[in-house]
Design a protein around this ligand. Structure first.
Ligand code: ZN
Length: 133
């Protein structure tokens, strides 16, 4: 793995959280994007080499909504950048980690992504991401 590409934060309402994080980080949100496949609206902030990705459910009862119901707003996942996502998926699977998707899928910010089940990684939801070429 090459670096922490971004940290995903679950929020209830982007219209509240975007200005909050703009104040906190003293920088502007440079991009918002809806990811249909994940039922989320995302908002990105650049912090040095790493990004923060705010995640809001696009519909009641979506994954992020359920997460917030159980655990409240806060850190949702850590995303690691990898050079070859398919090779990394195979490696992790052979080490006993549980992949939440068999094939890389389209994520936000022009990435191919794959998530690992948190029960195989100490309760941490891990995302692998590879820049689409
Ligand atoms: Zn992410």
């Amino acid at each position: 793995m090459q670096k922490i590409e971004h940290i995903g934060l679950a929020v209830k309402d982007l219209s509240v959280s975007i200005p909050l994080f703009e104040k906190l980080l003293n920088t502007f949100c440079y991009k918002t994007e809806k990811v249909e496949s994940e039922q989320v609206n995302t908002a990105f902030f650049q912090v040095g080499e790493t990004k923060l990705e705010l995640l809001e459910s696009t519909q009641a009862g979506g994954t992020i909504d359920k997460y917030i119901e159980r655990r409240g707003e806060g850190i949702h996942h850590i995303a690691f950048e990898v050079a070859d996502i398919e090779a990394e998926m195979k490696r992790l699977q052979s080490e006993g980690f549980i992949l939440l998707n068999d094939q890389p899928k389209q994520g936000a910010d022009n990435k191919l992504v794959c998530f690992l089940h948190p029960k195989s990684s100490n309760g941490v939801l891990v995302e692998l991401c590879q820049e689409k070429k």
